[in-house]
Design a protein around this ligand. Structure first.
Ligand code: TEU
Ligand code: CA
Length: 627
């Protein structure tokens, strides 16, 4: 246990505590300062009160809020040499399906469960071990299923419970696993609990967070985080859309409901859950106003009062014990705002809280946010990876991902004109499959799907984008400028139909899909790429297979080479038996080779034949020849 900090403490004391460490790193990311400042003893020894007096414009209350937050977690992640425990989910390759956009079996333009079943052989062929399905429960679809009306029923458009049971058994036949999405930070306002609450049911009112007067917290989907209900003359908390009502986890009855939901599904034979914004469930019970400056820095006011709330670890360990452990269920938490040290505290194998977290710190380069139009620099991904690969070892394990349903396509951020799409898609997939951690692919990543060229707001479906567009107009932006911003960051980029063939609508559906894709269909589809030896699909497939057959790439140690040299990412994976060398060009230019590969044989490359220099985004995997 560490000591609490105060205004008299130094910066080094601040970053010695897990929340302090993560916040300072976050601030550096946000503001674009170099991390190396944090190694400078002059900086490390500055007292917080001196920093406070230097930053005259910053109110003292900002520092006090940060100090309180940092003092709320004094525990340190254990560091020891205990060997990595082998488990199926460390070896597995996961694949995220966005069911609405994956495959339509009945021609209504909406993906469905039977559509997923019809493509299981394809996923098996690719080498996928475990699926993650975004929500398929009954929902009015304000946020595409992340607003649940009934946790034990299936969205009509997607099919029936029988279809889901069939999916589970078809997966078992193929020796594949499945996790589902557990969205329990909030429910739909149409959930019977909330409906009862509005009718005056006191017990159900206590399932949610009602207040007579709103505080200054803001919603992730624009505007206030509070919605007024005249039925009972109260405001209800909704951190996301106006139809996503935050649940009150301080109520033991509600926590029991969640245990029952998890048990219901694990009993049905699923293998675990991805837990939506799970680090937001425990709110500071006093619901104090958020610090305005922190709000400005992170983009949303109030976060410091719920992103790592007072009872978070307590509630999660109980959930783990009561619901997951009896069925050996796996879980990965979606944890926005959780950095390296808190991530370790949540996932350490001795802690029994959760197995993995999804950290998002790598998705934007310093100083940038998702709606900025800019080119992502892969050197930043390298820094993030080195920091985290070093931290997540022994008792810790990291998840590896770049694409999901909440972000534009990663390869489009790096190379917006897609000059090197083929090379780059393979390059990224190689990084994900050769680092230490569990790779999560998102549908379409195996064929190099890119951002979509939406033509106007009528093409846009996402509630976040629609609200944001309105907000931008209200703050005086022209329609054109507002649309440009939406186009840079909309989550719809990854929600366009999966491309199976070069037929109309990419073989996703026989009729007009619910959202339109305007991407190249001739070469970016599963069918064509399956037949092409050097396609992104086959490259990824072969590499998945190779990783599976060569456990050094899973459990072996990692060592970084020429770490400080910009524009290269070079590392080794090794154990007593084997040694691999991975050589990655991080930029769209030729550059010389800087490591010798004498004594190694080339196993995989994203180019046909190696030249003297490395070509743009070149990526090679070598194996040491045994003597
Ligand atoms: O996302 C949570 C989350 O914080 C974001 O990715 C969010 O969409 C963005 O940062 C807002 O600026 C999860 C789900 O993945 C997302 O699809 C849901 O909309 C959200 O929770 C609410 O359930
Ligand atoms: Ca359908």
């Amino acid at each position: 246990m560490n000591k609490k900090i105060s205004l008299n403490s130094k910066i080094k004391d601040l970053i010695a505590l897990p929340i302090g460490h993560d916040i300072v790193f976050r601030l550096f990311l946000q503001t674009g300062f170099s991390f190396s400042l944090l190694k400078n003893p002059l900086i490390l020894n500055i007292k917080l009160k001196h920093l406070a007096s230097l930053a005259k414009k910053v109110p003292l209350s900002f520092f006090e809020t940060i100090i309180n937050l940092v003092n709320s977690e004094l525990e340190q992640p254990w560091e020891d040499n205990s060997p990595i425990k082998k488990t199926w989910w460390k070896e597995a390759v996961f694949y995220q399906i966005y069911p609405r956009s994956f495959k339509d079996s009945n021609g209504d333009g909406i993906g469905d469960i039977q559509g997923i079943i019809s493509e299981l052989d394809t996923l098996k062929d690719l080498g996928i071990d475990c699926l993650w399905l975004s929500p398929i429960y009954d929902s009015p679809n304000d946020d595409n299923g992340y607003d649940i009306r009934d946790y034990r029923n299936i969205m009509k458009e997607f099919g029936t419970m029988e279809d889901v049971e069939m999916l589970i058994s078809e997966l078992k036949k193929r020796d594949m696993k499945i996790i589902m999405d557990l969205v329990v930070n909030h429910t739909s306002d149409e959930h019977p609990w909330f409906q009862a609450a509005l009718k005056g049911d006191k017990e159900k009112q206590d399932y949610y967070i009602f207040k007579d007067n709103p505080n200054n917290w803001t919603s992730f989907f624009s505007g206030s985080a509070w919605r007024y209900f005249k039925e009972i003359d109260k405001y209800a908390l909704k951190l996301f859309s106006s139809k996503q009502m935050d649940l009150n986890w301080d109520n033991p009855k509600l926590r029991k409901e969640v245990v029952d939901i998890v048990t219901f599904w694990l009993k049905k034979g699923i293998d675990g859950f991805r837990m939506d914004v799970i680090n937001y469930i425990s709110k500071n019970p006093n619901l104090p106003n958020g610090d305005e400056l922190i709000g400005k820095l992170v983009g949303f006011t109030g976060m410091e009062h719920y992103f790592y709330g007072p009872n978070l670890t307590k509630y999660l360990s109980k959930l783990r014990k009561e619901a997951f452990e009896p069925y050996q269920g796996f879980n990965v938490g979606e944890t926005p705002g959780i950095g390296t040290q808190l991530g370790k505290l949540l996932t350490g194998d001795y802690r029994n809280i959760m197995d993995l977290t999804f950290s998002f710190d790598h998705l934007e380069t310093p100083g940038k946010v998702r709606f900025d139009d800019y080119r992502y620099d892969l050197n930043f991904y390298k820094l993030y990876l080195i920091e985290n690969q070093r931290a997540f070892t022994n008792r810790y394990w990291m998840s590896l991902f770049v694409d999901n349903h909440d972000n534009p396509r990663f390869i489009s951020k790096i190379d917006p004109s897609h000059n090197y799409r083929n090379q780059l898609a393979k390059n990224i997939n190689m990084i994900l499959l050769t680092l230490k951690g569990t790779p999560f692919f998102y549908q379409g990543q195996e064929i190099g799907m890119t951002n979509n060229e939406f033509k106007s707001m009528t093409d846009i479906r996402d509630v976040e984008s629609i609200n944001k567009y309105q907000e931008l107009l209200e703050t005086g932006k022209s329609e054109k400028d507002a649309f440009e911003i939406i186009l840079a960051g909309t989550r719809d980029h990854t929600r366009t139909p999966m491309q199976w063939t070069s037929e109309v609508y990419g073989g996703f559906s026989k009729s007009l899909p619910w959202i339109i894709g305007h991407q190249d269909l001739t070469s970016t589809n599963i069918k064509v790429q399956q037949k092409q030896d050097d396609s992104i699909y086959n490259f990824t497939k072969e590499l998945i297979k190779y990783r599976k057959d060569n456990q050094t790439l899973i459990y072996g140690d990692i060592e970084f080479i020429n770490e400080k040299t910009k524009d290269y990412f070079i590392y080794k994976r090794k154990d007593e038996k084997n040694e691999y060398l991975i050589e990655i060009n991080l930029i769209d230019k030729k550059q010389k080779r800087i490591v010798s590969t004498d004594g190694y044989e080339l196993i995989f490359s994203n180019i046909k034949e190696l030249e003297e220099q490395m070509t743009p985004y070149e990526a090679n995997l070598y194996k040491k020849i045994k003597t």
